[in-house]
Design a protein around this ligand. Sequence first.
Ligand SMILES: NC(=O)c1ccc[n+]([C@@H]2O[C@H](COP(=O)([O-])OP(=O)(O)OC[C@H]3O[C@@H](n4cnc5c(N)ncnc54)[C@H](O)[C@@H]3O)[C@@H](O)[C@H]2O)c1
Length: 400
Amino acid sequence: MANNKTGIWIIGGFGGVAATAAVGLAALAKHAMPTTGLVSELEPFRHLPFDAWGDFVVGGHEIRQSSLIDSAMQMVTESRAIPLELVENNRAQLDAWSSNFRPGILTHSGRAIESIATTGFPIVAKSARDAIDILSRDLVAFAAENQLKRIVVVNLASTEPPASAELSQMNWQQLSQCLDDPKFCLPPSTVYAIAAMESGHAYVNFTPSVGSNLDALRELAIVKKVCHVGRDGKTGETFLKSVLAPAFASRNLEIMSWVGHNIFGNRDGVVLDDPINKATKVKSKDSLLSQMLGYQPQTHTSIEYIQSLGDWKTAWDHIHFRGFLGTPMTMQFTWQGCDSILAAPLLLDLVRFASLAADKQVTGELSFLASFFKSPQGTTENSFGKQFQTLIDWANAFSE
Ligand SMILES: NC(=O)c1ccc[n+]([C@@H]2O[C@H](COP(=O)([O-])OP(=O)(O)OC[C@H]3O[C@@H](n4cnc5c(N)ncnc54)[C@H](O)[C@@H]3O)[C@@H](O)[C@H]2O)c1
């Protein structure tokens, strides 16, 4: 007999964003923390029948042997982002959630992600189909042990190398026929997404990895009557890009070039330091300007790993633009944000919205959540203002 709890199954659940979200969720459940940073707590969404913060149970897949407490303590000591007291006060809850975690899959992750995995810890599967079956059994067990009414599967794993072009040309029948082939190269984010969808759960991809962003998986979602959304949480520099670029366009100011340099030093940065993984992220950060402006200015985006900065990211953006009489001008800004503190509340918001959509039996891509993503699925709209209005419109149209 299911109770009224919703499961949050986090892929990459011992990472920085996941641990920060878990600490925050435990504190929110006790009303021990203000709701600053949480979009779902804003006035336009107050009438929505969201899951209460105390109605969630956390579990997940990982490739490193660790715990939510260990990762949260890294956020305390190395990143200086969370007060020690907040972790200590929620130790029992974090330990209970850590016991729900299971080993994840590493196959076809690429060398950068392989280098951070705990040797012998990830599961060994004979094929993608075998992996999907093992991962699905973990989801079934999580739901049964915690008597869950629903699970939202969230991808918070390290950014994978770009997926092959061949994958994006396949329909579900073609892709599903390859799943038993041990040599078939399917990125883990897609393997997890298939496991979630085949098990009937909503899937949210907070990373730039391909996940469910394939025609084959769009088809699977419809067949399985599940909802999904992604990709790549819009937390800092790209959030500002999607606010500022439409403002320039509205004043008919021509952006000639936009350069963004990013430096940070957390585990995400270690993986993104590999040029293959970095290519996935740069594409996601760089591709939205032409849609918002209607032309392609010269762009350059760099991401560099600077260990001493930990979770604190600095982005310096240089925007060179032209005004009346062709006169060139410059805008520069410096963004200094704590990555996990910015991302964690958005992740909790996404789970709440996706859970609500699943409750209403909405299927397919949740394009109304575009304002949360750098590369939103199901829409080409990148202007933050328009995306946010779409979210408000969805909320206004919501009826129980
Ligand atoms: N922090 C932000 O502002 C932000 C914004 C947008 C997107 N993201 C993305 O969110 C993800 C998480 O960021 P983070 O800072 O927590 O990174 P992190 O490196 O701290 O955490 C990633 C976790 O994923 C695990 N992992 C890697 N491959 C896995 C697999 N195949 N299966 C299961 N677990 C796996 C790692 O062991 C690690 O614990 C990254 O992909 C990042 O690019 C973060």
